[in-house]
Structure formats: C-alpha cells, structure tokens
Ligand binder design. Sequence first.
Ligand code: MSP
Length: 511
Amino acid sequence: MKNNYYITTPIYYPSAKPHMGHAYSSIVADFFARFKKINGFKVYFLTGTDEHGQKIEKASIDAKMDTLEFCNKISKTFKDLSLKLNLSNNDFIRTTEERHKLSVEKLWKILEKKNEIYLSKYSGWYSVSDEAFYSDDEIIEKDNEKVSKISGSKVEWVEEESFFFKLSKWQNTLLDYYEKNPEFIRPESRRNEVVSFVKGGLKDLSISRKSLKWGIKVPSNNDHVIYVWLDALTNYLSALDFKSEDNDIYKNFWPANLHLIGKDIIRFHAVYWPAFLLAANISLPKTIYGHGWILSNDEKMSKSKGNILDPLEIIDKYGLDPLRFYLLKEVSFGNDGNISKEKLENCINSDLANNYGNLCQRVISFTEKNFDLNIPDEINLMDQDKLILGKFNKNFDILVNSIDKQDINFYVKFLMDTLFSSNKYFNDEAPWNKKDDKTRLNTIVYVSLELIRRISIIIYPIMPKSSLNALKIFNIKENEIDFKSIKDDNFLKNIKKINKIGILFNKITND
Ligand code: MSP
C-alpha cells in the first residue's frame, strides 16, 4: 500500500461554534493531504465531529435543546467551516452516525473477547470539559475549586460502577514501541512528555459511565455508556468501514499515516489509542503529531477573556488563502503561535502582495510588452540560470523528504527562499537592459516564468486557490499539478503562450 496515505484531523466537539484553533488543525491537515496528492499518493482525508459524552449533553441542556438536534445544528457549522476552509477531505464523520456506532460496538466486542475489559468501580476525579479522568497528583486547588493541573479545567469526584480496560498491562509494550518507532509521536518534545507519563505508571482505564445516557451503550450491558474517548478515537476506523468484514477501503488505508492533533490531546492518542489497538490486535497508526496552540494576541483564547478568534470573520475580511498562508508560515509548526490582525496584514502586504504577487505581475507584464505573451523559445542557459534552477532541483528532493517528517517549517522556508532568490534573479539580470542581446533576454524571461511555475506548484498545498489562479498563466489545471514535472527545465517549451491574470493579492491599506 505504498502509495496510499490516510490523514485525519481530530474530530471536533460540537459544543460551541468553531474557532481559530479548530481551523488551524484542519488547515494543517489539508496541507499534508494536498501535498501528498500532488506527490502521487492516493489520499484519504478525514475530519468530523465528536458528539457523545457529558460535555455535549451539558451544552445541549444549557442551550435548552434536544441533544441530537443540538449536535445536528453545531456539527453543521463545522461542516460548513470545512467547505469555507477549502478542505480536500473525502469524508466528514459524525459519531452519532450508525456506521460509527457499529464500529465502536465491534471494537468493544473484540476487546471483551480478548479479555481486556472487566467490571469494577471507579472512584476518582473527572473533568467534563476535557472528558478525562485525572489522578490525585494531577489535581490542584484554584479559587476554592479542584482543577486539573494539566488543562486547568474544573474536575468533579465520581464514584460509580464502571468497565475498565486493562491499560496497565500495556505499559512496557508501549514503552518498547515508542523506543523502536521514534516517528510514532512527534514532535520530540511531545514524545518525551508521553514517554515520561507512561514510565510514571499506567493504571487501568475506566471506559464506561453508568450515570450518563448520551452515548453508545456497552453491547453486553445496556446500563453503561461507552467512555467518550474510546468512542471518539474509533472514528478513525469507522470512516474506513471497520464494521464490515470485507472492506477494501480499510485494507487500503489502515493503518493511518498521520493523526494530526493538538498537543492537549496527545495522551488519548499516543497512550490510550495504541493500547486499545494493541489489545485488539489492530495495527497502529504510523505517526501522531501534536501541534501547538494558536494564541490570540499572545494569550490563550477563552470565552472569559473575550478573545476568541472567529475564522469566518477573518476569512470574510482578508480571504481564505492569506489566513492559510499566515497559519502555516507564521506559526512555527510544533510550537504555539500567535495570530493578530496586524501581523496578518503585514504578512499579506509583504509576503503575498509585494513578494509573490508582484513577481508574477512584473514578469507577466514584461513578457507581454516584449514578447506579446509568447514564451521565448530560443534560449541558452548560462551559469547563473543553471544555478538557480539547479538549486531548486537539489533542494526540492530534500523538501519532499522533509514532509515525511512533518517539517512544514522547512517547506515554508524553501518557498520563501525560492521567492526571494527569484525576485533577486529578475532584478539582478535586469532583462530591460538586455534588449540588444536577444538570446539573453529570452533566457531571463524563460527562467523567470519557469520559476513562477515552480513556486506556484509549491504554493498549492498552502493556498490552493491562489496557486490555481497563478497556474492559469500556464494553463495548468488542478488535476494536472504534480511533482513529477516540477523539475523539468523544458516544461515551458511545450507551452507557446502565457495568459494574463488579475492581481493575486490586494494590499491592505488602513486609511
Ligand atoms: N473531541 C476531541 C478530539 C477527539 S479526536 C478523536 C477534542 N475536540 S476539541 O474540539 O476540543 O478540539 C479539537 C482540536 O482543536 C484539538 O486538537 C485541540 O488541540 C484543537 N484546539 C483547540 N483549541 C486550540 C487552539 N487554541 N489552538 C490550536 N488548536 C487547539 O479535543
């Protein structure tokens, strides 16, 4: 299955409308999905909503709505956002769907049959907001309330009959797996965090709630509802039709190549999820990447601070592609990053309008004035031309490998360096002074156009729509974009004429 690639976003809680943090996870996942697609992979890209559990039940009660109707309403806002973000997802899963319920039941039954589950009593701390159990040493007192040291969310004491998963028995197997598969948890800092958590000792995990009704019932005991995280994590299998015995899509795409998640939910994905899978004898996903947080004006977004950034508002004001570009370029991938309107405007003006947009416009209008938009055909590559094209080719191979390590920062740097050197090339070679040397004039314009073509392809996973707009210069359509021809110095020789295009990015002026 070498050429298949399965990538997932976290499934979002439809407890309130989506914010910038959710948009970030989805945009990053879309970047990888599109990159892999133009690199010749068959991609399955999944996103969706996580609709069971106490958190959602409570939100629906607060909204005075029937819980399913509430989920229908908010889940739709997430689905609409995925369209607005121009995600290339193949599927949008909702955990209230029948296909999901059947998969969760199937996984439960496998675990039960393998004797990985037992009935006992849970007494301990629970955070509804995180849908997580915490041990005593993970709790602190803040403003006269018990809260989780890890997330800061309020916890409550729970005592009830519960089914348990034998998590403790998987401790050494997990540690061994992390050791042998360094790419399993990324980045390194998250990996270290998980390893030390597991080394600290794993207790068996409560995986059912008796006091809750909103969820999937335990098949063998209808008084219990399955723990929402066991339910939610299974979405990655349900979407591949795990419930059926003969399922080609599952055979082709499982194990997932990349579960992209935020750092706050690494424990669920890198400890519980692989333990469930090991226990059920199902192969493990290749990589779990925990990205950082998006801060709003350097602070964590929260309702009380009133600084929650609405992606829709930003998109309506500045457009989608500038937002995608900003999040991928300005947030160092793996770390927390900040977004503010001021920084976004700077980025639009300097990187997009002045740098990329301007390069395209200058070269097109020069080609129009001097060649009537024809691509010059008699060319003779000199050292400086070979150097810039050769440098691109050499670094491009490194670029492709870097994405297998989720190194978006390298990708963006490669793009910005290429843009910088292409602008510099056009300025330094100054074709406007070469009108007496026809071959030289031809060559400079040819190479500049060729660089624009390459840059616009590299830009596709970041800003698909702008990339396609720019590629109209060469009549290249979406299904024709691929990395195979990117290094072909002769590509433009098969295209006789370029097209004029409109301004790619408007500058933001605040007067
Ligand atoms: N429903 C669970 C995930 C289940 S996956 C099997 C959940 N949902 S969530 O809606 O609370 O969060 C979804 C994702 O958004 C998480 O990866 C979380 O890290 C991310 N973000 C939420 N706020 C964020 C920021 N401010 N910045 C970046 N991402 C953050 O957890």
